[in-house]
Design a protein around this ligand. Structure first.
Ligand code: SF4
Length: 242
């Protein structure tokens, strides 16, 4: 199903973070105003204005057709779901009515939008973008983004969601960068995922061990280092999922 705001709907296993391996139905939203250099969903980053508006009933029918006995939750991912806040609220609300657990994957770009939807979600996976991710082009824009992310993390944790904070780790990540973030989130009951970048700018195991120890000084045993596992899944033709 393709529409102006929804890029794809499919079932698979969660490939990142604390819920690794859980069966989910993924609703991938179109549109993201950030520009991380490692983005692996580039074709979902712009809204397709030529496509038809989203038919909510069709999305719900598609979800119902994909439900399996091992289903853990519905993952609202992107792109950036918070950039389609009204549709996100409507779909998550319908999923809750069906008794389905809801999981939001977001870069925390808009704390006001996050506040509107938080009560509809059971899980939130919030990315923190470091300056070396080049998600935005100026230091001022990065500072604003970082503050939005921190507010989203606070809202999720204090609302009682299972909250996962994810940081992608390129090879030039410094202990200072990780210490600063961990200092700012240490009071919240969250899992911290350090996700090593795959490909050309992948960090060494020595750097990951060092960064994990730095994070542990603030977050103790809530720190995990987990690569993107869905890159290892193959479809029937032998192709890897990306
Ligand atoms: S926030 Fe996610 S979708 Fe947006 S550019 Fe970064 S990696 Fe891509």
């Amino acid at each position: 199903m393709v529409s102006r705001e929804i890029h794809e709907i499919f079932t698979s296993f969660q490939g990142e973070g604390s819920l690794l391996g859980r069966r989910q139905i993924f609703i991938r939203f179109r549109g993201c105003s950030l520009n991380c250099f490692y983005c692996d969903t580039k074709n979902a980053r712009t809204k397709d204005l030529m496509a038809s508006p989203t038919d909510v009933e069709e999305v719900i029918r598609r979800i119902e057709s994909l439900i399996t006995p091992d289903l853990h939750s519905i993952s609202f991912t992107g792109g950036e779901p918070l950039e389609s806040c009204d549709l996100l609220m409507e779909l998550a609300s319908r999923c809750k009515t069906l008794g389905l657990a809801c999981y939001l994957e977001t870069a925390g770009v808009d704390a006001d939008a996050f506040k509107k939807v938080v009560d509809l979600f059971d899980y939130a996976a919030i990315d923190v973008k470091l300056q070396n991710h080049r998600a935005v082009s100026t230091h001022e824009a990065w500072s604003r983004l970082y503050q939005e992310e921190l507010v989203c993390i606070r809202i999720a944790a204090t609302a009682g969601l299972y909250t996962i904070v994810k940081i992608v780790i390129p090879e030039d990540t410094t202990p200072r960068m990780i210490a600063d973030v961990c200092h700012d989130i240490s009071e919240y009951a969250i899992d911290l995922i350090l996700q090593p970048l795959t490909g050309g700018k992948a960090p060494s195991i020595e750097l990951l061990l060092e960064l994990s120890a730095v994070a542990g000084a603030y977050l103790k045993n809530r720190v995990m280092v987990i690569p993107q596992v869905h890159r290892l899944y193959r479809d029937g033709s032998g192709s890897r999922f990306m």
